[in-house]
Design a protein around this ligand. Structure first.
Ligand code: SAH
Length: 454
């Protein structure tokens, strides 16, 4: 039997061993993980056929009426147009869909995130209310796993008034989230002016509210979570030319009237002036203003009301160039083919997010997923589950899930964790704010340093 380090065995005890049975039935280990390969804009289609989807028709009418559109407008329409947007009316997650995410691979992932929130809630002085706010909850799996941790740690949290707030634009996914979290189908609210469009009660009796936008979520001490959310927000693309910076736009291909192509704006636009920094060294830049606005809102809320935000996604620190890509059935797909039927995504620029906090909050990370999960005690959790099962299929499942999450060639190095915290949270640690290279630094914040369970 492996002997566990003292602090970590406390974590193992806190989590208990009883969930191992559930693991077997829970998430299958997928054949491929999300966005497993990267290629540039206009990458070659694996399938050369180019169906004229309703979304393509809609975009073509728009371009014919008003001229070429920005990549941001293309992405926003293709993903979240209320009628034909990719996210709106089908379930794209999992083996049968287009991509799979960490919470869908292993429930250990959500368990450790749940521990992170309890740890931060304790560090915040155990406030009497705890709003858990998830942006883009997918199938609701991550929140469900977190709620099981809260339930397991009921003796710690029993005096705390917990509520769940989900920010989701997709009617289809919110229906699935309701089923996952409450076990029931929930009717939408009849009052269309209400910011809450659905309400339910979790299996353990915790109230859950659904909103379309963060600004609709009530103020108050809140703990925010965004897992693979920021990468779905619309980006603008810019190219350096001999004449200066030009925005990349999308137009109809004159040689193939049912196809789209990338073009460069003929002259500089206000966007080029506004979004490109004077000292920019790259030749191609992607900027996501929606992400900047969202981060500002989160930073203001945390500054005013306390709490924390944990953002996990693939991304870079302001050094990558062309990361816009599309996925369908776990394969890379041409970004301009059959819009509305495939996922569109771009790497998150964490340095931009950090700049957009405008110093209102402290930031930690980005830290690689494998390091974050290791600090959170994933090895202990795995050992406990392995030791408590004699089932070989279960062992295989646990080990495959662990490998997928932790292997640097799979999700371990590609995904990053980034946190926003009130300045006073770090006031007593040796670094006060904006830690860019937390790998080499120690901090009292779980995940970014080793978990200390008090
Ligand atoms: N967090 C989940 C799902 C990631 S997929 C997981 O890791 O498994 C992206 C999620 O964000 C989906 O739920 C999608 O419907 C939602 N989403 C995308 N754009 C959104 C927007 N602009 N506002 C709110 N939700 C959005």
């Amino acid at each position: 039997m492996t002997r566990l380090p003292a602090r970590r065995s406390v974590l193992a005890a806190a989590l208990g061993v009883s969930w191992q049975q559930r693991l077997l039935h829970h998430h299958g280990v997928p054949a491929a993980w999300r966005r497993r390969r990267c290629s540039g804009a206009g990458s070659k289609a694996e399938d050369s056929s180019s169906p004229v989807t309703p979304m393509l028709k809609h975009l073509m009418f728009k371009i014919k009426a008003t001229g070429p559109i920005t990549v941001a407008e293309y992405m926003r329409e293709a993903l979240t147009n209320p009628v034909k947007g990719y996210y709106m009316h089908h379930d794209m997650l999992g083996e049968g869909g287009d991509f799979v995410t960490s919470p869908e691979i292993s429930q250990i992932f959500g368990e450790l995130i749940g521990i992170w929130y309890v740890s931060e809630w304790m560090a915040a002085g155990k406030p009497k209310t705890l709003q858990l706010v998830e942006l883009g909850p997918g199938r609701g799996t991550l929140t469900d796993d977190i709620l099981r941790v809260f339930n397991q740690l009921g003796s710690l949290l029993n005096k705390c008034d917990i509520s769940i707030h989900l920010v989701e634009v997709s009617p289809k996914l919110s229906e699935i989230q309701a089923l996952t979290l409450t076990g029931e189908k929930i009717q939408s609210e009849l009052d269309v002016t209400s910011p809450v469009y659905m309400k339910g009660i979790s299996k353990a009796g915790i109230p859950i509210f659904w909103y379309r936008e963060l600004q609709d979520v009530p103020q108050g001490t809140s703990f925010y979570l965004a897992h693979e959310f920021f990468d779905a927000l619309p980006i603008h693309k810019f190219q350096r030319t001999e004449q200066g910076w030009r925005e990349v736009l999308i137009d109809i291909d004159p040689k193939a009237p049912d196809k789209l192509r990338f073009v460069l704006a003929p002259s500089a636009t206000p966007a080029t002036e506004y979004f490109i920094q004077g000292k920019e060294a790259r030749d191609h830049v992607e900027v996501c203003p929606d992400a900047g606005i969202l981060i500002q809102k989160l930073a203001c809320r945390i500054q005013e009301d306390g709490g924390a935000a944990l953002i996990a996604d693939y991304g870079h620190n302001g050094n990558k160039t062309d990361t816009f890509r599309s996925f369908r059935s776990h394969e890379l797909h041409d970004v301009l083919i059959a819009p509305g039927t495939a996922d569109l995504t771009a790497d998150v620029d964490f340095s931009y997010l950090q700049t957009m906090t405008q110093g209102r909050v402290a930031t930690l990370g980005p830290l690689k997923q494998q390091e974050f999960l290791k600090n959170m005690g994933i090895d202990v959790r795995l050992q406990v589950l392995l030791q408590n099962s004699s089932d070989t299929a279960m062992h295989k499942h646990l080990l495959q899930g662990y490998d997928m999450l932790m292997n640097p060639k799979k999700m371990g190095d590609r995904f990053n964790f980034f946190a926003l915290l009130p300045h006073q949270r770090l006031a007593h640690s040796d670094q006060k704010a904006n830690l860019q290279h937390s790998k080499s630094l120690s901090t009292s914040v779980a995940g970014f340093g080793e978990l200390v369970w008090k």
